[in-house]
Design a protein around this ligand. Structure first.
Ligand code: PFF
Length: 449
């Protein structure tokens, strides 16, 4: 078998992991959740969730990946050979591919909107644009195909020349784009209401269910429990610092989510429309805003809308690449395929499931799985169950199955990283006791809710 690749540096690994983390979740859910759930009060809760709960989970994945230098399945086989843990390895090969299937449909919509924004614009009547587009069978399928092809093209080029190179360019570009849009948005008359919406603290809004949804959002946002962080960490060299890489990833992800909030909400309020979450925010509210603004300054509004949809496409790509890599790594390392062939197989599988997801808005809208359309079923199955269940098993594995010494060794670089040595006791406590209990609570809440 070919020699296993590595990321060129710690910074490259952080960029790849942050690329996986920064995606649609930061843009279409986080800003709305903040505004709805107590502004700055929610941000504080989210910060605690991200650093005290999600970061330890991320570190567990990193420890498993880097200590074995193997993908999810191979890592479990190495650390717990011949045991049922191999099912965790297998589950985390499959879950990111399910996410990739429906994520790529949304990525496809973003491509369509980018094309629209750069061409004729959104026109006068934007209210029915989105609804009419997604029920069509062919155009969304074509865009889904295009998005997936771009994803697979990067992955099949390899860890260093594909994934690392793409993220090294994309991540700075994403930050520059979002800052430019934010500056524009903040200068619109009436934008201050959007800033208040995001920042005015209201602690009375913080209920147990808001805390649970902050945690759920932070799981999704950091791509946890589905093996992407594990696989990327397996490409990190022994001398890299797992703790600072994890901290950096969580910090970039949070920063981007906040910038996205300040890029979107001020414009929403300046136009006097109701903020919402999900596809409606990006594909209905924002085109409305852009077409509304175009009366005042057509050129500027066109430019900002192109930049905005470009940001979404790139952010979605950096995430989808990480999901694709989990499946490709499995096929290459465990099934002996070439990277090219493995990429094609992942493309075929996720294209097919994605096509069903795409058609579930139109011709297949009557097909229901446990009361959900195919798209919603895949979304709920992964976001509500597989990601939490995977996270729970990863922390249990590192906290209770792996030897404390091995975990400590990996975390402290064999004892050479002193600051990590000092933090280890606390982090290990979070991994062993706090994280499992909290994740279990969220998992059961999702099951009964
Ligand atoms: N973190 C991504 C987002 O916020 O959009 C979503 C995601 C990426 C989930 C990769 C899971 C994953 F494996």
């Amino acid at each position: 078998m070919a020699k296993r690749e590595h990321f060129g540096s710690g910074a490259a690994a952080v960029m790849a992991m942050a690329g996986s983390a920064i995606g649609l979740g930061n843009i279409w859910r986080f800003p709305y959740m903040v505004g709805q759930n107590g502004g700055a009060a929610f941000i504080i809760i989210y910060l605690l969730a991200a650093f005290l709960l999600s970061l330890p989970i991320l570190l567990c994945e990193s420890i498993i990946g880097r200590s074995t230098h193997a993908g999810t399945f191979g890592a479990m086989e190495q650390l717990a050979p011949g045991t049922r843990w191999k099912w965790l390895g297998l589950m985390t090969v499959i879950s990111p591919l399910i996410i990739l299937s429906f994520y790529s449909v949304v990525g496809g919509w973003s491509i369509e909107y980018l094309i629209k924004a750069s061409g004729s614009g959104f026109g006068e009547d934007v209210s029915s644009l989105f609804g009419e587009f997604i029920i069509k069978p062919w155009a969304p399928l074509l865009c889904h195909t295009l998005f997936l092809l771009l994803t697979v093209a990067v992955v099949s080029a390899g860890v260093k020349s594909g994934i690392e190179r793409f993220n090294r360019i994309s991540l700075p570009v994403l930050f520059v784009l979002i800052v430019v849009i934010m500056v524009y948005s903040l200068t619109l008359p009436g934008s201050a209401a959007g800033v208040r919406y995001l920042l005015e603290p209201d602690f009375s809004k913080i209920t147990p269910s808001v805390v649970a949804s902050a945690m759920g959002q932070s799981f999704f946002s950091l791509s946890l429990g589905v093996g992407t962080i594990l696989t990327y960490s397996s490409y990190m060299k022994k001398e890299e610092n797992l703790f600072t890489s994890g901290l950096g990833t969580a910090a970039f992800d949070l920063l981007f989510a906040l910038l996205a909030g300040f890029a979107i909400m001020p414009a929403v309020f300046a136009t006097g429309v109701e903020p919402g979450a999900g596809p409606g925010l990006i594909f209905e509210t924002l085109p409305y805003i852009f077409s509304h603004m175009s009366a005042a300054s057509p050129w500027l509004s066109r430019t900002v809308s192109v930049l905005f949809f470009l940001t979404i496409v790139i952010a979605a790509l950096t995430s989808s690449i990480s999901m694709c890599e989990v499946g490709v790594a499995y096929l290459v390392e465990e099934r002996g395929m070439s990277r090219r062939k493995a990429s094609l197989l992942v493309f075929a599988a996720t294209w097919t499931l994605g096509a069903f997801c795409s058609l579930s808005f139109g011709p297949l809208s009557g097909v229901k799985l446990l009361g959900n359309t195919i798209f919603d079923f895949c979304d709920r199955l992964t976001s509500d169950y597989l990601m939490t269940f995977g996270s729970l098993l990863f922390v249990l594995f590192v906290g209770w199955k792996m030897k404390r010494e091995t975990v400590r060794d990996e975390f402290t670089g064999g004892g050479t990283l002193r600051a990590n040595g000092r933090a280890f006791g606390f982090v290990y406590f979070l991994i062993r006791y706090v994280a499992p209990l909290v994740i279990l609570t969220i998992f059961v809440t999702n099951l009964v809710a």
